[in-house]
Design a protein around this ligand. Structure first.
Ligand SMILES: [Zn+2]
Ligand SMILES: [Zn+2]
Length: 333
C-alpha cells in the first residue's frame, strides 16, 4: 500500500460487530518513551475476533492487531535500547503500570492498569503504529518478518501455557490453530508427546497436526489412546473443559489459554477429584517474551502462514473464524 510520507493507513474497528474500515490518518508522533514503527507484518489472532465481536474489553474505535513486526522509524524522548532501523516485535501487553501489587510481584501479566495492543491501545492492522518501547522486544535474526509475526502471541501464549502445564510427557492440545501448531514443534523438540484434538471431522487439521509431529490426532469427541499428564485448551469452547478433565490422569492439569470462552457446562465432581486442576493463563510478561524469543529451540519452529494484504483484513478474520487455513494468518501492509 502506498501512502504519503506523513500519512498512514489503518484498518479500524468502530465497535462490536462492525466490519473493519480503511482509514487514512497522519502518522503518529512518538510520545515520551514510545517508538514509531513501520509495520512490516502483523499476525491475525483469535483475540482480534473477540475484539471485533465485543467479547472482551476494548476501546473503540480501535486498530486491532498485536503480533506486530515493525521497523523503528523514530524514537520518542527517553527511549533506550532501540535504534533507528532496528526490527522489533510488539506484543499483546502494551503497557503495565509498574506500581500495582501484581507488577511489583513480577506478575505484570495481571496488572490492574494495563494497556493491551490492538484492544485498549491501537495495534498493527496498519502501515504504522507507536508502542511503549519498554514493552517491545528485539527479534532474533534468521526468521523473516511474516514468519516472526505469529510468534508474538500465538507462539508466546502457547509457550506460557506449556510451562504452566508442567513437565509431564503426554500433553493434549484442544484446538489446533496458530498457537498449537507452534507449540507442538517446540514441545516435540523437547521430547514431549503431543495429542491434538480438533473439531470432530476436521481430518485436514488432524493431518496437519500429525505432519508436525503429534503422536495422535483426533476429534475432541474422541478418547486419546493414553491418559494425558496435562491438557491445554486453545479453542474458545467451554464444553471442552470437562472433556479435557476426563482425559487427564490423577494430578493432571487443564490449562485454559484463551482470553474468552463460552460457558463451561456443569460436570460431576468426580471428574475433578484426584487433585486434578483447572487453571487459566492470562496475557504475558516481558520475561516470557525475552525467554521465548531467545529460546534455544526456537530455530526448530516454523510458522505455517497464509498472508493477506492489509486491505483484506476483513477477509483474513473471516477465514480465521471459519477455520479455512492451517496455522496462522498474517497481514502485510
Ligand atoms: Zn500494574
Ligand atoms: Zn493474540
Amino acid at each position: 500500500m502506498t501512502v504519503g510520507a506523513d500519512a498512514m493507513v489503518a484498518m479500524v474497528c468502530d465497535g462490536p460487530g462492525r466490519p473493519l474500515r480503511e482509514e487514512r490518518r497522519p502518522v503518529p508522533v512518538p510520545a515520551q518513551g514510545e517508538v514509531l514503527v513501520r509495520v512490516l507484518a502483523c499476525g491475525v489472532c483469535r483475540t482480534d475476533l473477540h475484539v471485533c465481536d465485543g467479547e472482551i474489553p476494548a476501546r473503540y474505535p480501535v486498530i486491532p492487531g498485536h503480533e506486530i513486526v515493525g521497523q523503528v522509524l523514530a524514537l520518542g524522548a527517553g527511549v533506550q535500547g532501540f535504534a533507528l532501523g532496528q526490527r522489533v516485535g510488539i506484543p499483546w501487553l502494551g503497557h503495565a503500570c509498574g506500581i500495582c501489587d501484581y507488577c511489583r510481584d513480577g506478575r505484570e501479566n495481571l496488572c490492574d492498569a494495563p494497556l493491551f495492543t490492538g484492544a485498549t491501545r491501537d495495534g498493527g492492522y496498519a502501515t504504522h503504529t507507536v508502542a511503549d518501547a519498554r514493552f517491545c522486544f528485539p527479534l532474533p535474526d534468521g526468521i523473516d518478518d511474516v514468519h516472526a509475526a505469529p510468534l508474538l502471541c500465538a507462539g508466546l501464549i502457547g509457550w506460557r501455557a506449556f510451562r504452566i502445564a508442567g513437565p509431564g510427557r503426554r500433553i493434549g492440545l484442544y484446538g489446533f490453530g496458530g498457537a498449537a501448531h507452534l507449540l507442538t514443534q517446540l514441545a516435540v523438540a523437547e521430547g514431549r508427546e503431543i495429542f491434538a484434538f480438533t473439531q470432530p471431522g476436521d481430518t485436514r487439521g488432524q493431518a496437519f497436526a500429525r505432519s508436525l509431529g503429534c503422536v495422535w490426532a483426533g476429534g475432541s469427541d474422541e478418547r486419546a489412546p493414553h491418559e494425558l499428564d496435562a491438557a491445554i485448551l486453545f479453542a474458545p469452547v467451554g464444553a471442552l473443559v470437562p472433556a479435557a478433565l476426563k482425559a487427564v490422569r490423577k494430578g493432571g492439569r487443564v490449562v485454559c489459554a484463551g482470553i474468552h470462552m463460552s460457558d463451561i457446562p456443569a460436570f460431576p465432581y468426580a471428574d475433578l477429584w484426584g487433585e486434578r486442576e483447572i487453571v487459566s493463563v492470562a496475557n504475558l510478561t516481558r520475561e516470557d517474551g525475552i525467554g521465548y524469543l531467545g529460546h534455544a529451540r526456537l530455530g526448530c519452529v516454523h510458522s505455517h502462514i497464509t498472508t493477506f494484504p492489509l486491505s483484506e483484513a476483513n477477509a483474513a478474520l473471516a477465514a480465521l473464524r471459519e477455520g479455512r487455513f492451517d496455522g496462522a494468518a498474517v497481514l502485510v501492509p
